[in-house]
Design a protein around this ligand. Structure first.
Ligand SMILES: Nc1ncnc2c1ncn2[C@@H]1O[C@H](COP(=O)(O)OP(=O)(O)OP(=O)(O)O)[C@@H](O)[C@H]1O
Length: 575
């Protein structure tokens, strides 16, 4: 029978004296209690079995039976309902005995109304407290079982006192393990949790272990976080410990796949175009063929070369990078092939070339479109013969080097115009890998912004939390002629100019706000066009070379080299 919490307390009065039953009923009912009466044992037992009582008054002598028998019968199925014995003078000892056996109290005849009501109130209060405790316990047990985390408790001696279903599922414990010492249990895992619990008991301190693979035999790859706390009494004595086992396997898997998609080596990108690039890099890394990386300046060609090297079997051998546009022809030749002492003025000692330094590994020839016809021929020989000749020494040296080249120029056009050797072009473009410009993969901008903020926070010792929505909108609207390099510079600019936690438009470089599209995308098809683009950028920026390089989206060093190559002079300096 379900009882409303507001319904009056139900009291059963058991006595064979009619007038006592009558006066008890009257006194108690007047107080608002719901009172029933029984004159003898069988009737009492039957009423008790039918209904839920909050309190029982029972005469200690009931014809041939006793109040003790009523108590015993009730306790077979109900531990909490208080029973108060009613006793005449000669039976006081029996009543006291009844209290020892589990009766709540006794009252002596003749019963005074005041005493009756007082004992009723106190017994009902006691019953309420017991019910509350039982409810709490039931709720706790329900919570204990319903939480997804595994919970386990041990006593002071390390014996398992309890664990929930999640703990059985995660750790493989069974009913039989209750009461066993945790360090004697055979566990299907590395047993890290057991060690942590034991230490918690010994040291009386809470402990935590984040994300560890627990080497569970039946749940391969299971990753859990553990936290333990000592159970202490008011005096601070440890009387046990609890452990929470959180299953992080799914999170770990998710993160792993997310990471895989968000970054590849040092590259950040979520766009499908870049996912394809990542996949292609993985495939190409396994073959020794020459790869030509194409893409506008700042798209990440150098990072692709790095990823190609690091994803393949040569990863433990050197990756040697050469920016062909940053060196003069003679210097480039000596850098690539090496020289012997005295082979030219200034060759004061032997020099090992970068091809030899890269032996067994990879050489990355950046800005390959810029090399002179003489260098083109020398390079062709290396590609054909797989050997190099040092300047001043005609003995060829065998090299085992994978060649990865990159350019932001239209090599095909250069071949047509006779600026680039066709045979070398065909040797280089065995496999081409084209990197899309940033404007064609704008979904990569938010993760890159986060990445660069994190990087420059570290470099500059700052704590920028991010950029506001307007900044992100402006960044998404902009076309980024300088691609990722320009985005990176923009974030560096923001970090330098912003001291607030969140960057706003006021901190964003002007060219992005004005949607300036620089001087046309920097991807020159001919030297003449290239020269014009560079001049336009220099003009626009009053010959501020850092700004011009940013506008062109090329490296500052490359710009200096180009200025030198084309013999460009600042108009003001000419006067
Ligand atoms: N996907 C990316 N994730 C993170 N950083 C990137 C990414 N792509 C490029 N960068 C960064 O942008 C800058 C330019 O990249 P990188 O030098 O590889 O470009 P590039 O195409 O070789 O340029 P250039 O043609 O001028 O030599 C570097 O600082 C690089 O770390």
């Amino acid at each position: 029978m379900t009882r409303n919490a507001d319904s009056p307390a139900r009291i059963l009065v058991i006595d064979d004296e009619k007038c006592l039953r009558f006066s008890f009923e009257r006194f108690l009912a007047a107080e608002g209690y719901d009172v029933s009466t029984a004159a003898e044992f069988d009737e009492a037992v039957s009423l008790l079995r039918q209904g839920e009582y909050d309190l029982v008054f029972s005469d200690i002598v009931l014809g041939g039976r006793t109040g003790l028998e009523v108590l015993r019968s009730l306790r077979e199925y109900d531990q909490s309902t208080p029973v108060v014995m009613i006793t005449g003078f000669p039976n006081v000892d029996t009543a006291a005995e009844a209290v020892r056996l589990g009766a709540y109290d006794y009252i002596s005849k003749p019963v005074v109304k005041k005493d009756l009501l007082q004992v009723a109130r106190s017994a009902l209060k006691y019953k309420q407290a017991i019910d509350r405790e039982a409810n709490t316990r039931t709720n706790l047990a329900a919570i204990f079982e319903s939480v997804k985390d595994g919970l386990l408790s041990v006593d002071a001696s390390g014996c398992v006192t309890d664990f929930n279903q999640a703990a059985s599922r995660l750790c493989g414990w069974s009913k039989d393990d209750r009461g066993e010492k945790i360090d004697a249990l055979s566990m299907p895992c590395a047993g890290t949790c057991r060690d942590l619990l034991t230490r918690t008991l010994e040291e009386g301190k809470s402990m935590e272990l984040k994300r560890m693979e627990c080497e569970h035999l039946e749940r391969a790859g299971q990753v859990v976080s553990l936290s333990t706390s000592p159970l202490q009494n008011k005096e601070g004595d440890v009387f046990g410990a609890v452990m929470v086992v959180r299953d992080e396997t799914r999170l770990d898997d998710l993160e792993r796949s997310l990471n895989k998609r968000q970054s590849f080596h040092r590259m950040i990108a979520t766009s499908s175009k870049m996912q394809q690039v990542f996949g292609l890099i993985e495939t190409l890394a396994q073959v020794p063929s020459t790869v030509l990386i194409l893409g506008e300046s700042g798209t990440g060609k150098e990072l692709v070369a790095e990823a190609l090297h690091l994803s393949g079997p040569r990863k433990n051998r050197p990756l040697v990078k050469v920016n062909c546009a940053a060196l003069s022809d003679t210097l480039l030749e000596s850098e690539l092939f090496g020289h012997v002492k005295g082979s030219f003025t200034g060759a004061v000692k032997d020099h090992v070339g970068r091809f030899q330094k890269a032996d067994g590994g990879t050489i990355f020839l950046d800005e390959i479109g810029d090399i002179s016809p003489r260098m083109q021929l020398r390079l062709l020989r290396v590609l054909q013969e797989k050997e190099v000749e040092r300047i001043g020494d005609s003995t060829p040296v065998k090299v085992d080097v994978r060649i990865v080249a990159a350019t932001n120029q239209d090599l095909e056009e250069k071949v047509r115009s006779g600026e680039f050797r066709q045979d070398l072009y065909y040797r280089l473009k065995v496999i081409t890998l084209a990197l899309p410009p940033l404007r064609e993969r704008k979904e990569d901008i938010p993760p890159m912004v986060d990445h660069f903020i994190q990087r420059y926070n570290e470099v500059l010792g700052r704590n920028l939390q991010g950029v506001d929505q307007e900044v992100m909108r402006a960044m998404q609207a902009y076309d980024w002629p300088g691609n990722v390099r320009q985005l990176e510079h923009a974030i560096e600019h923001i970090l330098i100019h912003c001291t607030e936690p969140l960057a706003s438009l006021a901190h964003v470089p002007e060219e992005i706000l004005q949607g300036e599209q620089a001087v046309g995308k920097y991807c020159a098809d001919s030297e003449e066009q290239e020269q014009q683009q560079i001049l336009a950028a220099l003009d626009k920026t009053d010959w501020n070379k850092a700004k011009a390089a940013r506008l062109l989206g090329i490296d500052r060093k490359t710009l200096y080299r180009k200025i030198e190559k084309f013999g460009l002079v600042e108009p003001f300096a000419q006067v």
